[in-house]
Design a binder for this molecule. Structure first.
Ligand SMILES: Nc1ncnc2c1ncn2[C@@H]1O[C@H](COP(=O)(O)OP(=O)(O)O)[C@@H](O)[C@H]1O
Ligand SMILES: [Mg+2]
Length: 340
């Protein structure tokens, strides 16, 4: 397996699930202890609460010394039946809940693995195509600029503008190719102290033109103290920029953009909220699929890149959205954990 696919297949470290093979002695001891405690509780409940009224009822139903043997038998049988049935029911229910939870986690992890594998394959194919295209594009740019120099002043301005258009198109294609290659490249984390408050302020500053041309109102609800942790600065900045840009692009006719940060000791979070177009549940399901875009000039790599970066940090990214109302993207990151 190539380095690339290994990076993509990286499981979210924060949510790693281990399914131990074979017999777990700890679990057996735990269950034995639980059964002993449960049995004691059930016996105590029986003795203290249920037994006195039940015995009274038996006494009334089978009165007199002639029924003494009968009463003893019924009392004993009921006692055994009640205690064993109650303990069995509780233990089996607990076991079923544990099995159900494990099964659900297994399904989730399988889905995550399948998704990561798909992203890895798509990334590899796209990177190869982009790589093949990059050198010819550089050549095309060189020839076009050479041609532009040669015909400078010799052609009518309308024709000369055509060459400028060719150059602009080549530059756009090159930028797209670079984005694909960037996405496919494994992110190597170089953790250092990063303050998410600073990142949020810088991103708003960087996007100030896009924000003001759409008359978007911006609100920063940043924690008063730094929301800092050991993070890879370039990838966290690029991710935040992508997410805020998505929020801005979702509000072409204006709206409210809010970025809030929070520090809960060992966990940092940043939430980007917009009052834009929002997404349907189907759109949200596909949001981390590479090349999934609804924009005419979009590439559909911002969200899968964000997911890759956040997972590699051992964090998580959650998207909540309502069509026509807006979207909240929440990122949670470990504060002090040393990332690899
Ligand atoms: N804040 C948002 N509001 C509405 N739709 C969004 C938002 N963020 C992402 N999306 C949807 O998810 C798609 C994928 O986003 P992304 O991966 O960043 O690619 P791109 O921005 O190039 O389209 C977008 O095309 C858009 O349909
Ligand atoms: Mg985007």
């Amino acid at each position: 397996m190539s380095v690339l696919s290994k990076m993509f297949l990286n499981e979210p470290r924060g949510e790693r699930v281990t399914f131990k093979k074979g017999f777990s002695l700890r679990l057996v001891i735990l269950f034995t202890a639980l059964t002993v405690v449960l049995t004691s509780v059930v016996i105590l409940t029986w003795e203290q609460v249920l037994k006195p009224p039940y015995y009274e009822w038996i006494e009334r139903t089978y009165p007199g010394p002639a029924n003494a043997e009968n009463r003893d038998k019924i009392e004993q049988r009921t006692e055994h039946f009640f205690i064993s049935m109650t303990v069995d029911l509780i233990v089996v229910s607990i076991l079923l809940i544990i099995v159900d939870r494990k099964q659900r986690r297994l399904v989730e992890v399988n889905e995550q693995l399948a998704h990561n594998e798909k992203v890895a394959t798509l990334g590899r194919v796209a990177a190869q195509v982009a790589h093949e295209v990059r050198n010819p594009l550089a050549g095309l740019l060189l020839y076009s600029e050479h041609l532009k120099g040669k015909i400078d002043g010799k052609l009518p301005s309308g024709d000369a503008q055509l060459i400028d258009k060719i150059i602009a198109t080549i530059n756009n294609l090159t930028a797209t190719t670079e984005q694909i290659l960037n996405f496919a490249r494994p992110v190597t984390l170089a953790p250092r102290r990063v303050d998410l408050n600073e990142v949020a302020r810088d991103v708003i500053h960087l996007l100030s033109t896009e924000i003001s041309t759409r008359s978007i109102e911006t609100k920063l609800e940043l924690e008063s103290s730094p929301v800092a942790g050991m993070l890879d600065e370039p990838s966290i900045r690029a991710t935040t920029l992508n997410l805020v840009l998505n929020a801005v692009q979702a509000m072409p006719a204006g709206g409210h953009l809010k970025i809030s940060t929070h520090n809960s000791g060992n966990k940092l979070s940043i939430v980007i909220s917009d009052t834009g177009s929002g997404m349907s549940s189907d759109q949200i399901k596909n949001i981390f699929e590479p090349f999934n875009t609804t924009k005419s000039r979009g590439l559909g790599l911002g969200m899968p890149y964000a997911q890759k970066v956040i997972q590699q940090h051992g964090g998580k990214i959650v998207v909540e959205s309502q069509p026509g109302k807006g979207t909240d993207v929440r990122i949670e990151l470990p504060a002090n954990e040393r990332s690899h």
